[in-house]
Every structure is written in structure tokens, then in C-alpha cells.
Design a protein around this ligand. Structure first.
Ligand code: ATP
Ligand code: MG
Length: 361
């Protein structure tokens, strides 16, 4: 049985449609990340799962039971928000115990559970302190402890790390991953940070304007993006998109664009002579070409961003700006001529009109 099912779920505020005919199944113990640009409906969808937002149409089930009309408190979920607002005048112990006290759980039982949760999250030394006496990361752990102590069937997280600085965010990300490995509680996690999504998710649900663009494991989404939106959203630095015209050439194909003619076998793609397509190549998939190699992308290095181990080289090929991520030792000097090639299995081709991937299934 699925832990969570959304069936034809709609959400509208007045005439504004925010989520449209959304269908999704989340399995028990799964860690699913809702990812997408600001305003695409991630929080709205999560809040509908939580019961904090009405569902305009369709059905949401949790643990096999339709929950559309069930109060948040009766859904077996616990939610951690970006603004986790601890009670400033209460100790950490009391903050964590708050929900259980409201449920009139006996004091001895509360102590046992607060101690167990605090041990899991490394909060034991701080139980007597007030929130202001903790770091941002420790406070965030208290917010997670407060959710964990309810022993929910499902954890919902809405950008829980976005208030933390970069280092702490990395640290907490690892802690959340560990926590899920040990508790295995079904988790839905909202973020617009693709690194967070890639590192935490069993599956990513990529949303755009209230519609699912693709659902898949981080590797599937990265290697086999189903359309140009997904391809452009995932991967840093961003994928290069080059408009090309497809031509038949012997048993293979030519791609003409960006001032060059590239030859590919093309058997992995649906291609037709004369098609207009968009070639997608990720910057790390461009490789420095040997002198004399034909059918390459070339230009002069207009911009070099040195990263340490590697460097991002930007050049213009036939007027089209292209970036290559190369090992630092292959980094050219500014304004030097550069030449790049690629392995065919690293490229992507999209329909120029619809943006859909031309890859054969
Ligand atoms: N109460 C409301 N009334 C009208 N429109 C709303 C309301 N709440 C949200 N929206 C709209 O719904 C859309 C989705 O909002 P939502 O908060 O779910 O986005 P999000 O993906 O979580 O974005 P972010 O990454 O910025 O948090 C937005 O266009 C937003 O303006
Ligand atoms: Mg949001």
C-alpha cells in the first residue's frame, strides 16, 4: 500500500489555478522531494497533504485512507517549516514536550520520549537551555525533535534549512539523511535547492506551474531529463542548449548549428532529416579536443571562472555562447582558442518546438 496517494488533485484560489490534475504515489519509507522554481506550488501541495490547505478537487489518501476532510491532527503527519518558531520563554525540553503535554501524555512517558528523541538528534546537552542559547542548526534540530516525538507516519518538511548558512545547511542535510536512514519514516521534503534534492531524495518530483514535469530518481532526472525545462533546471553549471538542424548522412546524422557541423550516430534518438532540434550538452561533458579533430565546438575563451579543481570556460561558437567545465590543468588562458568535443552518450536532443526529449524510450 502506498503511504500517500494524490489522485487528480486540483487547487485553485478563486480563478487562479495553482495545482492542476496532479497524480502521484509515494511509497512507504520513501524520501520524496518536491523541487521546482519559486511559485510552482510546492508548499501548497505539501500543505494540502498536511491538511492546512483545502483541496479544490481530487483525492489525497494517507495510509490507504482518504484524508480530504480529515483535520491535520488526525492525519498521522508531522511538519517542519522554514520558520520553525520555537517558544522563546520555554526550555528546549519543554519545547520538545509541548505537543505531548497537550495530548495529556503522562509525565514519565513524556520524559522517556523527549530523552530518546534528544539522544537521536544530539540534543541531550541542551535540554535545560532556552532557544536563544542555541545555534541556528541546534534550533532547527529542536524543531525536528518536536515533529519526531509525535512518531508520525509521515514527515513533511518545507524548506527546513533555508534559514541556515551554507555550512550549517550541508551539516543538517547530512543529519536529515541519517535520520531517515535510521527511522525510515516516509518523508516529503520541499526545496528549490537542487543539491538538497539530489542528495536527499529517493525520488524527485519536479514541478512547474502546478504541473509535474518529471518524477524519477536523482540519477534518472539528471541523465535522462524528459524535456528542456527539466534539463535546464537540474545540473550546475546549467546545460548548454544549441539550436541545430538535423540532416541525414550515411548511416548517421549531422547536427548543424553554432557555426559547426557535428556528426552523431543518433540511434538513441527519434530524428528526421530537416528537423529543427535543440542539442543539450552539460558543461562537464565537453572534453578538450585534440588538434585535427573534426566536428567540434570551438571559439576563443571569453570568460574563465576558476573553481579550484576545475574551471568553467565560456566561449562563443558561431555566435552561440557555450560553457565547458574542464580540469584546472586544461584551463586555457583568456582569449586563447579553445576546441571541445563530446561523447555521444552524454548528449541530449529536444524537439525545438515542444521541448520534449527526442530520446527513444
Ligand atoms: N492564499 C493564496 N491566495 C492566492 N494565491 C496564492 C495563495 N497562496 C499561494 N498562492 C499562489 O500559489 C502559487 C504557488 O505558491 P506556493 O507557495 O505553493 O509556491 P512554492 O512553490 O512553495 O514557492 P516558493 O519556492 O517561493 O516557496 C503562487 O503563484 C502563489 O502566488
Ligand atoms: Mg514554498
Amino acid at each position: 500500500m502506498s503511504a500517500i496517494t494524490c489522485s487528480h488533485v486540483d487547487k485553485a484560489y478563486g480563478a487562479t489555478s495553482v495545482i492542476r490534475d496532479l497524480n502521484l504515489s509515494i511509497e512507504e519509507h520513501e524520501f520524496v522531494v518536491f523541487l521546482g522554481p519559486s511559485g510552482c506550488g510546492k508548499s501548497t501541495l505539501l500543505r494540502m497533504l498536511a491538511g492546512l490547505e483545502d483541496i479544490s478537487g481530487g483525492e489525497v489518501s494517507i495510509g490507504g485512507k482518504v484524508v480530504n476532510d480529515l483535520d491535520p491532527g488526525d492525519r498521522g503527519i508531522a511538519m517542519v517549516f522554514q520558520n520553525y518558531a520555537l517558544y522563546p520563554h520555554m526550555t528546549i525540553f519543554d519545547n520538545i514536550a509541548f505537543g505531548l503535554r497537550r495530548q495529556k501524555v503522562p509525565a514519565a512517558e513524556i520524559r522517556k520520549r523527549v530523552e530518546a528523541v534528544s539522544r537521536t538528534l544530539g540534543l541531550e546537552p541542551y535540554l535545560g537551555r532556552k532557544p536563544a542559547e542555541l545555534s541556528g542548526g541546534q534550533q532547527q534540530r529542536v524543531a525536528i525533535a518536536r515533529a519526531m516525538i509525535k512518531t508520525p507516519k509521515v514527515f513533511l518538511f518545507d524548506e527546513p534549512l533555508s534559514n541556515l548558512d551554507a555550512k550549517l545547511r550541508n551539516h543538517m542535510r547530512v543529519e536529515i539523511a541519517r535520520l531517515h536512514q535510521s527511522l525510515k519514516t516516509t518523508t516529503v521534503y520541499v526545496t528549490h535547492d537542487q543539491l538538497e534534492a539530489m542528495t536527499l531524495a529517493d525520488r524527485i518530483v519536479l514541478l512547474k506551474e502546478g504541473v509535474i514535469e518529471q518524477v524519477g530518481s536523482p540519477a534518472e532526472i539528471y541523465r535522462r531529463p524528459g524535456n528542456m525545462f527539466v534539463a535546464g533546471f537540474i545540473g550546475t553549471p546549467n546545460m548548454n542548449f544549441i539550436e541545430v538542424t538535423v540532416g541525414r548522412s550515411g548511416n548517421g546524422w549531422t547536427l548543424t548549428g553554432a557555426g559547426t557541423v557535428l556528426s552523431i550516430g543518433g540511434s538513441a534518438f527519434h530524428l528526421q532529416h530537416g528537423d529543427r532540434a535543440v542539442l543539450g550538452i552539460r558543461p562537464p561533458d565537453l572534453k578538450t579536443a585534440d588538434a585535427g579533430t573534426a566536428g567540434i565546438l570551438q571559439g576563443t575563451a571569453d570568460l574563465i571562472e576558476f573553481h579550484g579543481n576545475d574551471a568553467l570556460v565560456t566561449f562563443a561558437s558561431g555566435g552561440k555562447e557555450i560553457s565547458a567545465l574542464v580540469p584546472a590543468r586544461e584551463c586555457p588562458v583568456l582569449h586563447a582558442p579553445v576546441r571541445y568535443t563530446f561523447e555521444e552518450d552524454s548528449i541530449h536532443l529536444f524537439d525545438a518546438t515542444s521541448g520534449a526529449s527526442l530520446r527513444k524510450q
